[in-house]
Design a protein around this ligand. Structure first.
Ligand code: SF4
Ligand code: SF4
Ligand code: SF4
Length: 330
């Protein structure tokens, strides 16, 4: 019994940030270069490992999902409908294991934004944030993008209100504007996705927009941590299923003093992590389950990462001071 208590103490005193750094590095190498070793962990991943990168070790669900959304409704009750359900079930099966920690620990595009933030700190550029009303408004963009990446492909396979169907050049609209498509292949020396496609108006519009968003991500990440994640439709899709996740982030509001440490540490700028004293499940739609809030919370058992109902990492006063001392002593 005591040894279990000791083990929990050791874990709660540990630096989750360092653990996260190594998991991110491992995941990045696996998902970007896995193809070198013929590794492919699947093409329905709830994360931006990109199929446009030839050596990928796994791929994002959104590409196949957009293709499937173009299925004519008349074919939904046949084999194509079954394929859509299997694809979605595989995505959810991957997702439930780590919940939104896919964003905090695994996504190569998220990791890249963290590395750009490290560069920002080295360049002594102060991090920017949004006011709460602006944050709330911007946070909705990801749901609009998610709706568009479903509706545009649907309008290719089907006619809405008697209007003509969209051309196939609109086929995978989100991939065409996704910075994952343009940036991730660069790590394998492939610059081909940086081009603008002039072959049709649709492709010209989407690929030019894609380059603009890529530039915004790079510049924005030098000022705002996780700049792109606030707008990411994958994050919106995650949130729909986040209640099914085995990994959970919980809060005991009775133990919270509203000191605000967690909010100040949160790269996503989620104010509710400090202000919300009611919700037990404290995973908000922009949360990436990085655990930074747990590390900086000084109250015993106030914030906890759990697998189902079993705490695996929790805030403790002792852990907080140990981490602070380590930080101050370099
Ligand atoms: S929200 Fe960020 S970390 Fe999550 S999938 Fe999108 S880009 Fe990746
Ligand atoms: S750090 Fe802990 S005690 Fe402070 S506001 Fe956040 S949850 Fe509450
Ligand atoms: S709320 Fe906590 S776990 Fe979620 S993104 Fe913010 S710091 Fe990370």
């Amino acid at each position: 019994m005591n040894s279990l208590k000791d083990l929990r103490r050791v874990v709660n005193h540990a630096s989750l940030g360092r653990f996260r750094f190594y998991v991110q590095l491992f995941s990045f190498v696996l998902l970007i270069y896995g193809g070198y070793l013929a590794i492919n962990v699947g093409n329905q991943l709830p994360t931006f490992a990109c199929l446009y990168s030839d050596l990928h070790g796994g791929a994002c669900y959104l590409l196949g999902f957009q293709h499937q959304m173009a299925t004519p409704w008349s074919q939904l009750f046949g084999g194509r409908g079954l394929a859509i359900l299997i694809g979605l079930a595989t995505f959810v099966a991957f997702f439930v294991v780590f919940n939104k920690a896919w964003c905090g620990f695994i996504c190569p595009l998220g990791t890249l934004q963290d590395w750009l933030s490290s560069l920002r700190r080295k360049l002594n550029i102060r991090a920017a944030g949004y006011s709460e009303p602006v944050f709330q408004r911007l946070s909705k963009i990801k749901y609009v993008l998610l709706a568009l990446l479903i509706l545009i492909p649907m309008a290719i396979g089907n006619s809405f209100f008697g209007l003509p169907k969209l051309g196939h050049d609109w086929g995978v609209p989100f991939c065409m504007i996704c910075p994952g498509r343009t940036i991730l292949p660069l790590f394998t020396g492939d610059f081909s996705q940086l081009a603008i496609d002039f072959s049709s108006l649709a492709k010209l519009t989407l690929t030019a927009l894609g380059l603009a968003i890529t530039g915004l991500l790079i510049i924005g990440s030098l000022f705002k941590p996780r700049f792109f994640c606030l707008f990411c439709p994958m994050s919106a899709l995650h949130y729909i299923f986040s209640r099914t996740g085995l990994l959970r982030l919980t809060k005991n509001g009775a133990k919270c003093t509203r000191c605000g440490n967690c909010f100040r540490a949160c790269d996503m700028g989620i104010r509710a992590i400090a202000d919300d004293l009611e919700s037990k499940n404290i995973v908000k739609d922009d949360c990436m389950m990085c655990g930074k809030c747990i590390e900086v919370c000084p109250e015993d058992g106030c914030l906890q990462a759990k697998v189902l109902s079993l705490p695996v990492y929790e805030s403790t006063a002792e852990g907080f001071f140990k981490r602070m001392n380590r930080k101050n002593n370099g």
